[in-house]
Write a protein that binds this ligand. Structure first.
Ligand SMILES: [Fe+2]
Ligand SMILES: [Fe+2]
Length: 243
């Protein structure tokens, strides 16, 4: 645990019981202000990876995973939406783990994964659960929130962790694995600067659907993970989107 690749600074940290954050920093000037790309490994009888990472980072992410478990053990490769940092290395993982299956929502499987994945993917309906052993993840459809027709998230019920994808994207390349301090202010600054949210009229309704899971950990794809009253923070974000 900690840094697994000294050249890149890629590291792995346990942010909830059996849930590991693999994080690769990208310092400026490649990305102004610095940035992180994070994948989350849920270790169980049937281990699941949420976000594949970009193809170019695959060796770094695999190396970090190997410090916790053999990548060949991976059973599920999941992601929020089809985009290089979320799903770019999907087939690299399917090749590294012969028993692994891509898993995403019904729209994403129909539109992207069925054509792109080297093996048939598994589709989960809105609210459908997938047992990993002791842990269980539920797929939640959130079309166009923050972006992508196929977008959705996973909620792990035993640790109350929301695999929150791009929702609270905030910059910096030297960020703590998990914080309890404010991430909404920095993520709102990023949203207003980059305009990476779609302008869906359903944002508040979809955010309320996520808030009702009452997560206590938000596993953020870019920046620190966060611990606290997740429902409250998601509703604050909804209010800000609606303003
Ligand atoms: Fe994205
Ligand atoms: Fe992302």
């Amino acid at each position: 645990m900690g840094i697994t690749n000294s050249g890149s600074g890629t590291r792995i940290d346990e942010i909830a019981d059996g849930i590991y954050r693999i994080s690769t920093p990208v310092p400026p000037p490649a990305i102004p202000g610095g940035f992180t790309f994070n994948q989350f490994l849920v270790v169980d009888e049937q281990p699941l990876l949420f976000h594949t990472g970009p193809r170019q980072m695959f060796p770094l992410v695999r190396e970090a995973m190997a410090s916790v478990m053999s990548p060949a053990r991976l059973r599920w490769v999941a992601y929020s939406h089809w985009e290089p940092d979320e799903s770019g290395a999907l087939n690299e993982w399917l090749e590294a783990a012969p028993l692994a299956t891509a898993v995403q929502g019904t729209v994403g499987v129909l539109v992207c994964a069925t054509d792109q994945a080297i093996r048939p993917p598994r589709a989960l309906g809105d609210g459908e659960a997938l047992s990993l052993g002791e842990k269980q993840v539920k797929w939640i459809d959130t079309p166009h929130l923050p972006h992508g027709w196929d977008c959705g998230f996973m909620f792990e019920s035993r640790t109350r962790t929301l695999l929150a994808g791009d929702l609270f994207t905030h910059g910096g390349h030297h960020v703590a694995p998990v914080v309890e301090s404010d991430i909404l202010g920095p993520s709102e600054a990023t949203r207003k600067m980059m305009d990476y949210y779609s302008h869906t009229k359903d944002a508040v309704t979809l955010m309320e659907k996520l808030a009702r899971c009452e997560p206590t950990t938000l596993a953020c794809m870019h920046g620190s993970s966060w611990r606290g009253d997740g429902a409250k923070l998601l509703r604050e974000l909804a209010r800000s989107l609606d303003a």
